[in-house]
Design a protein around this ligand. Structure first.
Ligand SMILES: [Zn+2]
Length: 255
């Protein structure tokens, strides 16, 4: 099995990541009486369906799947990935299909024109799998972005999502939405604290997960951890909406 790719940890890369939230923003402002939570799955391994969205459906909830179509049928550090039929299946059950490049590539290193080609290829592959809807939302693989990508892709998607944790309170940058990981252990504990804080300070919280299984990767969590997150979300009184449905609601505030 290949060693999973990780973005640069150099000092300059870290500084760029720190600065990026300040650049090429597309703010939406809103006030919420009641928190909103969006469950999202990246890449994605099949366990995100069997131990993830299938469980959400029992609550009447739906999720957003950021799909890299090149991972179809793959077996990697996240376990076995989705198969073609899963895509129309999820869409038919009301889940949202979103983009994540075709080959799951670091777009910051790839460059803008090549990223557009990746996005196009992904869209075409999803259509071939029988997905008939639009791809209105995108997550940067590895959260890797830059100002040029933020500026360029804002015309192609309603939202762009990163991997910086946090809750959107009062405003959100639609070119780099924050997203809180459900990674096993202390990261899930942090996410639980964030969820519990929602009832006092209502905001929009996006959660993201990969594999959900008994022995998860370092970017995954166990079914028990996922269930405890569901329970906490229920207790918070949040509405659970896909990213698109959440944005519809926030935009409606502006008439
Ligand atoms: Zn990913």
């Amino acid at each position: 099995m290949n060693i999973p790719y990780q973005p640069s940890t150099s000092l300059s890369a870290k500084i760029s990541r720190k600065m990026l939230p300040l650049l090429a923003r597309r703010n939406i402002h809103f006030t919420l009486d009641k928190p909103i939570v969006s469950f999202t799955f990246d890449d994605f391994p099949r366990s995100a369906i069997t131990n993830g969205s299938d469980i959400l459906e029992r609550e009447g909830w739906r999720a957003t799947f950021y799909v890299a179509a090149g991972l179809t049928g793959e077996n990697n550090h996240h376990g076995k990935h989705f198969v073609s039929e899963d895509i129309p299946g999820l869409a038919n059950r009301g889940h949202e299909i979103a983009g994540h490049t075709y080959t799951h590539v670091d777009c910051d290193r790839l460059g803008y024109a090549e990223t557009l080609a990746e996005i196009k290829r992904n869209k075409e592959a999803l259509a071939q799998m029988g997905y008939k809807g639009k791809i209105e939302h995108f997550a940067y693989p590895f959260g890797a972005a830059n100002a040029k990508l933020k500026n360029g892709l804002q015309n192609k998607f309603r939202t762009l999502r990163g991997v910086t944790p946090g809750v959107h309170i009062g405003k959100a940058d639609l070119n780099a939405l924050k997203s809180t990981p459900l990674y096993s252990g202390s990261m899930v504990d942090n996410a639980m604290q964030t969820i519990k804080g929602l009832s006092n300070r209502p905001g929009w919280l996006i959660l993201f997960a990969h594999d959900i299984r008994q022995t998860p990767s370092q970017w995954g969590c166990t079914p028990e951890e996922f269930s405890s997150a569901i329970k906490a979300v229920k207790q918070s009184g949040a509405q659970v909406l896909t990213v698109g449905a959440a944005l519809d609601q926030l935009e409606a505030q502006h008439g």
